[in-house]
Ligand binder design. Structure first.
Ligand code: ARG
Length: 472
């Protein structure tokens, strides 16, 4: 090994060399490695460590390599261990011995820490665009079905009716928090480790701040030992990715249930459904199930990264090489899942009639009746009891709450402990008032608070989301 073999008499054992090799994984950093090297070369020249000719020769060689990397035409040599040594040797093959000056005042330890931060910045930018596209699909779907009502559930039991658009906008909130978490992780990763050397700092008076600014970093790391051993930003990014996958998984779970004909709320398009090799009748929501399933791996990646760090001392340890496979895979999984979910939502067929019919099931408007009694002076606890009795009566009679007869209303009010409720029994209009409040539209209209599902509130939130996403 030309890069470090000077003190060794024996060639590396093939098994050990294969075991330590990372080029198959870290070639993904090639572009960032070259970007970092170019800034480092300019820094070396500024420090008087390279002549202008040497600097220009190195930069031209690195530029050529960047073109090759982008074209995918570079050939990686597995004998050269990792992306850093591959690129340094490829540079030497092109520009000759002056390439040997590139690694002045630099270690692969500060180099890889820099590369990974640059890579993350690019990658998180791509993920953010996917999150925005996902939000756009949710908002467009909400707009297409802006007035559709559906049952809202708690405990997976019918609870209160809500607007379908309100439900979709819940996922927009989650996605916005995801974007914030990625941006936040990136903010702490936005410092340059370059100049930290192997662990103690560079042995030359490098102007680290200028090189950091050259690379677009907001600043420099303040401790060389921490700088080469810090992978907090990997954990933070993976945590953001895992939570984002959990959000997609929850939506996937709902799509799976709601596309069951027993629900019949939704139907994914043929393009996002699969059949069975045995049962000709089958229509399966596999893409949603796979998003749910792949969430497991991304959650595992966070645990993996934390476990990787827990036993290693400050400064660089070779264990840190293992940060990359799971990080790269997790972000690929999240990106693919976001893209698939976006496509699935775009092609989703929504059965508004089925959802509306289900919205009133399970006496879902009962709270609205209690609220009406409260408006007439009945304490909420007493109102809750009265409506509970009415629900029982309706269930026995096999009717819905907007069909309970006056007789049942009067008897129930008369039997109340609360004097105001008993007084209402003589009000001849009270049956009509309660039945009107018991309709799905009547119940939904009551949730007229910021964040509530009343149509005017949802319309305002939908409009705000459309404006933020530049859709209007
Ligand atoms: N491939 C290594 C990694 O990803 C680069 C740093 C290696 N440093 C070393 N001293 N062996 O962590």
């Amino acid at each position: 090994m030309k890069a470090w073999g000077g003190r060794f008499a024996e060639a590396p054992d093939q098994l050990a060399a294969d075991f330590g090799r990372s080029i198959e994984v870290d070639s993904e950093l090639a572009e960032d490695d070259l970007t970092g090297s170019m800034a480092h070369v300019r820094g070396l020249a500024r420090a008087g460590l390279l002549t202008t000719e040497e600097r220009d020769a190195l930069l031209a060689g690195l530029e050529d390599l960047l073109v090759e990397v982008r074209a995918g035409s570079i050939a990686w040599d597995p004998a050269l261990e990792d992306v850093h040594l591959n690129l340094e040797m490829a540079l030497a093959a092109r520009i000759g011995p002056v390439a040997g000056k590139l690694h002045t005042g630099r270690s692969r330890n500060d180099q890889v820490a820099t590369d990974l931060r640059l890579w993350l910045r690019r990658r998180v930018g791509e993920l953010d665009a996917c999150l925005v596209a996902f939000e756009t699909a949710l908002v467009r779907l909400a707009r297409r079905h802006a007035t559709a009502v559906m049952p809202g559930h708690t405990h997976i039991q019918p609870a209160q009716p809500v607007l379908f658009a309100h439900h979709l906008l819940a996922y927009v909130e989650m996605a916005e928090r995801d974007r914030g978490r990625f941006a936040d992780a990136l903010r702490r990763a936005d410092v340059s480790p370059l100049g930290s050397g192997a662990l103690a700092g560079a042995g030359f008076p490098l102007d680290r701040e200028t090189t950091a600014a050259d690379l677009g970093f907001a600043g420099v790391t303040r401790n060389s030992l921490d700088a080469v051993g810090d992978r907090d930003f990997v954990v933070e990014t993976l945590a953001a990715a895992a939570l984002s996958m959990v959000h997609l998984s929850r939506l996937a779970e709902e799509i799976v249930w709601w596309s069951n004909p027993r629900f019949g709320f939704l139907r994914p398009s043929d393009a996002f459904s699969t059949g069975s090799s045995m049962m000709p009748n089958k229509r399966n929501p596999d893409p949603a199930e796979l998003i749910r399933g792949r969430t497991a791996g991304v959650i595992g990646a966070v645990t993996g990264a934390l476990t990787l760090l827990k036993g290693i001392p400050a400064s660089y340890q070779r264990d840190l090489q293992e940060d990359k496979p799971a990080l790269f895979a997790a972000l690929r999984t999240l990106e693919a899942s976001l893209r698939v979910m976006t496509g699935l939502l775009d092609g989703l067929r929504v059965d508004e009639g089925h959802m509306a019919a289900a919205a009133g099931e399970g006496y879902s408007t009962a709270t609205a009746l209690a609220d009406v009694l409260v408006e007439r002076g009945v304490p909420f606890r007493a109102a809750h009891g009265i409506v509970g009795t009415l629900v029982g009566a309706a269930e026995t009679a096999g009717v819905t709450l907007d069909q309970v007869p006056d007789g049942a209303v009067t008897t129930t009010l008369e039997a109340s402990d609360d004097p105001v409720a008993r007084g209402l029994a003589t009000d001849t209009a009270i049956g009509d008032v309660l039945r009107a409040a018991a309709t799905v539209d009547g119940a939904i209209a009551r949730f007229d608070v910021v964040g509530g599902t009343a149509p005017s509130r949802v319309a305002a939130e939908l409009r705000a989301a459309e404006e933020r996403l530049g859709l209007v």
